[in-house]
Structures are given as C-alpha cells and as structure tokens.
Design a protein around this ligand. Structure first.
Ligand code: AMP
Length: 190
C-alpha cells in the first residue's frame, strides 16, 4: 500500500510514519529527513537547501522529486511506501503519480491529520525547547504554516475528488490517532 500522510508541520506525520513503517514493513520517505541528512553530511545539495529550510520556505520541486524518485528505485521491492511531508505542491503531486505509475504503482490512500493551529503552536514550542530544530522557532514556524496553507492544502480537494482522502482527528493521543489511521488502512486493504 502506498500512503501519503498529509498535514501541517507538527501534525504528527513523522511519529505516525515511523510507527507504520515499523509495524507494517513499509518504507518511510520523509523529504524533510532526507534534506536534513544532506545538510548534516555537508553535501553540495545540503549547502544549497540550508538557507531555504532555515527560512521555512519550500525547496524546489525538482530537488525533492529527484530524492523521492531515487528512493523509489532503491526500494523497488518494498511492500509499500509512506510519504511524509511529500508532496507539498501540485507539481510534486503530479510527479509522484508519474513516478509511481512508471513502476506499476499508485497512491492508495491519503490520510489528513487535522490539528488546529493553537495546538500546532503549543506542540512546536515544546519541540523547539526539547530538540532545538532551527526551523521550529516561532517566526519560522509561521512561515512554514503559511507555505502549507498556500501550496500544500490545495492538494486536499484533488485527492478528495479521486476518492483517496480520509480525514483523521489528529488532536488526540498517539494511540487514538494510530487507531483511526489503522482503521483507514484496513478499509483500503480489504
Ligand atoms: P519537514 O521536516 O517535513 O517539516 O521539512 C523541513 C523543511 O524541509 C521544510 O520546511 C522545507 O524547507 C523542506 N522540505 C521538506 N519536504 C519538502 C517538500 N516536499 N517540498 C519542498 N520543501 C520541503
């Protein structure tokens, strides 16, 4: 099964993707993690994207699509993929369809984690204090939310029209959210 975990920053996509990957053997593809790894390694790509990420802006479609395509190729035998933080633009969504189609696959399910902005801000304040991720500072976080609202949220009606979208209340505990996601996955699998 190929699943997109959709939602604003701090909605819980990473937590749920890691869990699903562990429990079902799916491959988690987080473009944010890939870009952070590129930065830590000091690669040319990492240097190119550092400033953009620190400003809370979006890295170019071309870069993230290439990262995803490479991972799909590397893990061609995987039983499924969880896309975490990708796609974030209409261009990325179209490219994902094409990348999957050329491998005889498709997006099977899009789970939207719904969390209100007040809760996102309280989560990010905590994460910033605990992990110190530069782009979690309050000012940058607002830019990331704006990017989500302007470029990423418009994908929701496109996936809804295709009958792929399931909305999940992301405000509860990890266990409560997990239960809703697992129910949606089972319905698609059957
Ligand atoms: P994340 O960990 O998913 O919140 O991503 C951290 C940062 O990496 C984002 O604020 C963007 O600067 C960049 N990024 C991650 N994924 C994408 C994507 N799919 N498209 C563009 N930029 C991305």
């Amino acid at each position: 099964m190929n699943l997109i975990l959709f939602g604003p920053p701090a909605a819980g996509k990473g937590t749920q993707s890691r869990r699903l990957a562990q429990e079902h053997g799916f491959i988690q593809l987080s473009t944010g993690d890939m870009l952070r790894a590129a930065r830590s390694s000091g690669s040319e790509l990492g240097q190119r994207v550092a400033k953009i990420m620190d400003e809370g802006a979006l890295v170019s479609d071309e870069i993230v699509i290439a990262l995803i395509d490479e991972q799909l190729e590397t893990h061609s035998q995987a039983p499924g993929f969880i896309f975490d933080g990708f796609p974030r633009t209409v261009g990325q969504a179209k490219a994902l369809d094409a990348c999957l189609e050329k491998r005889g696959k498709a997006v099977d399910l899009v789970i939207r984690l719904k969390v209100d902005e007040e809760k996102l801000i309280s989560r990010i304040t905590k994460r910033f204090a605990e992990e110190g991720r530069k782009d979690d500072n309050p000012e940058t976080f607002i830019s990331r939310l704006e990017q989500y609202n302007a470029n990423t949220a418009p994908l929701l009606p496109l996936y809804a029209d295709r009958g792929l979208l399931v909305e999940v209340n992301g405000m509860g505990s990890i266990e409560e959210v997990s239960l809703q996601i697992d129910t949606a996955c089972k319905e698609v699998a059957n």
